[in-house]
Design a binder for this molecule. Structure first.
Ligand code: UDP
Length: 346
């Protein structure tokens, strides 16, 4: 039986979900060693364990970090994430997400690190008419980004079987919210996600929000998404690190709530939470947006005992808002955005 680590875990990627996971690992007495080349991660968000500068494509650098810290599991977040950019620059995505994962797995194999937990995405499913998507649903990614996530999963699954690793691929639906202390939060550059953009538009009337399509076959015509609190995602990673599994096992699990919220509902929730109107206009559909993306999360509950506990829309919006409006915190604070919002790293 290959038991989960209770010592040091290598966390590739000092980004949004990686930083929240590092905090959650630390709270469970596990040392998160964060490995990042800082191309989009934030050094300031590495607060709960050591930092190792390096590129996941550099197998020797990964091996050196694994050996230096006696790592017993790797949680692999580092990668490129913007779907639109993946269409424009697929070569970059294949390089960082696929070649990068391959090189990282080489280091895992050579150091005999027994466990890999992979940050995957609902993007592996592509377009679907299903009201709730289970892990068995067809996988036809609609973007090079989704292709690279599916390729990463398949590489890990095959290496688990071949080399006796234990693997998990965690497929996030819509990651949202922030640390309850507003110490870390969502700070993508550029920001393309609905909730931070809606909050920004509410706080700064000069920043209008565009609703990408209101003629979908959904109850109010706007897209339905399954928003899941980043701290719930972090908890699932900790559970995947600690779960007892036989060597050679691999599981892909959806992380979502099973409930979809429309773009209009999100706007209404932000307006209610802030007590301010959001000026928004209707725009055309965004290329590649499926009308409905909602998880069937029952397998994660069955296999990991995981369930989203903090993913009510109001709780997500409250924590995201607190983060976006945080006047100041921590070290390495970046200059405020043009809107006057705190734009600190995570
Ligand atoms: N959306 C929108 N306006 C925006 C950003 C997003 O209407 O400025 C919509 C988008 O079309 C999708 C939903 O909000 O239906 C969630 O988008 P987001 O980019 O947050 O996450 P995604 O579902 O693309 O991963």
């Amino acid at each position: 039986m290959n038991e989960g680590s209770d010592r040091a875990v290598l966390v590739t990627g000092a980004g949004y979900v990686g930083s929240h996971t590092a905090k959650a690992l630390h709270a469970r007495g596990i040392v998160p060693v964060v490995f990042d080349n800082l191309s989009s991660g934030y050094r300031e968000a590495v607060r709960w364990g050591p930092f190792e500068y390096g590129d996941i494509r550099d197998t020797a650098a990964v091996i050196s970090a694994i050996e230096k810290h006696s790592i017993s599991a790797v949680i692999h977040f580092a990668g490129l994430i913007e779907v639109g950019r993946s269409v424009a620059r697929p070569d970059l995505f294949w390089d960082v997400n696929v070649i990068g994962t391959l090189r990282l797995l080489e280091a895992v194999k050579l150091t005999r690190t027994p466990r890999v937990v992979f940050s995957s995405s609902a993007a592996v499913y592509g377009h679907t008419d299903l009201a709730r998507i289970s892990e068995a649903a067809p996988k036809h990614p609609a973007s090079p980004y989704g292709d690279t996530k599916l390729a990463g999963e398949r590489m890990i699954e095959a290496q688990c079987a071949a080399y006796g690793l234990t693997g998990f691929a965690l497929r996030y639906f819509n990651a949202a919210g922030a640390d309850t202390g507003a110490l870390i939060g969502e700070a993508h550059e550029p920001e393309t996600h609905l909730i931070p953009l809606a909050i920004a538009a509410a706080l700064d009337q000069s920043r209008a929000l565009t609703v990408f399509g209101d003629d979908f076959a959904t109850p109010d015509g706007t897209c339905l998404r399954d928003y899941v609190h980043v701290n719930d995602l972090a908890a699932a990673h900790v559970a995947a690190v600690l779960a007892k599994r036989p060597a050679g096992s691999f599981e892909a699990l959806n992380l979502g709530t099973g409930v979809g919220h429309s773009v209009r509902e999100v706007i209404a929730a932000v307006q209610a939470a802030l007590g301010r109107d959001i000026s928004f206009s209707r725009g055309p559909r965004r290329t590649g947006d499926p009308p409905i993306l909602v998880a069937d999360p029952s397998l994660a509950q069955q296999n990991l005992g995981w369930k989203a506990e903090h993913s009510g829309l109001d709780e997500i919006v409250r924590d995201a808002m607190r983060w976006e409006a945080a006047p100041a915190y921590g070290v390495g604070r970046r200059p405020p955005r043009a809107t006057g919002l705190a734009a600190v790293a995570a």
